[in-house]
Ligand binder design. Structure first.
Ligand code: KG4
Ligand code: ZN
Length: 363
């Protein structure tokens, strides 16, 4: 069976056709995965502007879906179902995908499956690598989320912990902004960090030990926190700027910057070392605690080169199989939504006709 997936939760309009292979070990194959990125539009504003995002989704959705079907040599009548991201995300953006998918499903007389965006990220691992040895712990780390899930059986996701404040990708984006590196921050910090000294700037790491009052069912000691780290980078930058303030005359157009390229690389490398270590420490703590057979990392930040390299290294040392998606499947895309949709379709869970977008949908 083939399914058409649609993803519009943030600033990528994406549609994909994924089909079942009949092979239980590697259940799905991608026939097409079309992604129209809005990064160039939002870059000018230093981050995603929700109103601009929804307007662009409206412009792009029809063309993106047509191209996904075309590249997959698939007609509407070849499809067995549709899958769409219901949430979480920007509500205006989600609504475009949900409204389109409901209308298309009704017109083509196809069943519709509502998919949780993070279930999509988790299933990107299976889509790319095949079924991992279970139980597994999966870290979903993106611009909006940093969450650990225990997967004991295919399609069953149990939340173990999450960030108390900023997501890791959000910390990358904010630090890049304050260093004047543009949006999105992850890829540029990743690149600049490669030539930096990761011990040059002393930055704090946050280790939580107490339960979160807002989520008493979680123990809390596997939780993440990145806002303190971001503030520490901001304080360091401000202190250095004050130090050189006197060197610039009042009419100086360029803001005084005390940083050479090498300094920026050092800040990026030092920041990235703390983030990657915090993510991997918690992931492997959870792996030990739940005695899992494999670990995975998905979501936009899983594209990070240092995170990938250290995950593989730690996995080798502990003889623990590790999984990441391909670079294209790391950031938002509809193929992962189609995959999670196929998984859910096979459980018989179809979306009601009055399906609505849900900006803070829980998984
Ligand atoms: O999964 P995603 O595309 O969208 C959300 O669901 O949020 O993730 C986007 C996030 C952004 O914060 C971006 O800065 C980050 O992923 N990102 C990276 C890298 N590539 C993208 N972070 C670190 N290193 C990268 N190479
Ligand atoms: Zn995402």
């Amino acid at each position: 069976m083939r399914i058409l997936g649609i993803e519009t939760s943030c600033d990528e309009t994406s549609a994909a056709v994924v089909e079942e292979t009949g092979d239980a070990a590697k259940p799905w194959a991608i026939r097409s995965n079309v992604i129209a990125s809005q990064v160039a539009i939002h870059r000018e504003w230093g981050g995603v502007v929700p109103e601009l995002a929804s307007r662009q989704h409206i412009r792009d959705i029809c063309g993106v879906v047509e191209r996904a079907l075309d590249e997959a040599s698939t007609r509407w009548t070849d499809l067995g179902a549709l899958a769409v991201t219901q949430g979480p995300g920007l509500v205006g953006s989600l609504l475009i995908g949900v409204a389109f998918a409901k209308a298309a499903a009704a017109a083509a007389r196809l069943p519709l499956v509502a998919v949780h965006h993070l279930a999509g990220h988790i299933e990107s691992l299976v889509l790319h690598n095949g079924e991992p040895p279970l139980p597994a712990v999966v870290l979903v780390v993106s611009g909006g989320h940093t969450s650990l899930y225990l997967v004991e059986a295919p399609g069953r996701y149990q939340l173990l912990s999450r960030t108390r404040d900023d997501a890791a990708g959000e910390a990358y984006d904010k630090v890049a902004k304050l260093l004047g590196l543009g949006y999105p921050g992850g890829p540029v910090i990743d690149r600049l960090a490669q030539s930096g000294n990761d011990r040059a700037v002393a930055l704090p790491t946050t280790r939580l030990t107490h339960a979160d009052r807002n989520a008493p069912e979680l123990k809390g000691d596997l939780d993440f926190s990145f806002s303190g780290l971001k503030t520490a980078v901001a304080r360091y930058v401000r202190a250095r700027e004050k130090g050189v303030g006197g060197l610039f005359s009042k009419n100086e157009k360029r803001p005084p910057t005390p940083f050479s390229e090498a300094d920026i690389a050092d800040i990026c490398a030092s920041f990235q070392r703390i983030v990657v270590t915090a993510l991997l420490d918690r992931l492997f703590d959870a792996a030990r605690r739940f005695q899992v057979k494999s670990v995975g990392i998905a979501g936009g930040v899983s594209a990070n080169s240092r995170l990938r390299a250290e995950l593989a290294e730690r996995g080798r040392r502990r003889e623990m199989p590790t999984f990441v998606p391909s670079l294209q499947l790391s950031t938002d895309n509809a193929a992962m939504i189609a995959a999670a949709g196929l998984r859910k379709f096979r459980t018989g869970a179809l979306a009601p006709v009055d399906l609505n977008a849900d900006a803070s949908l829980a998984l």
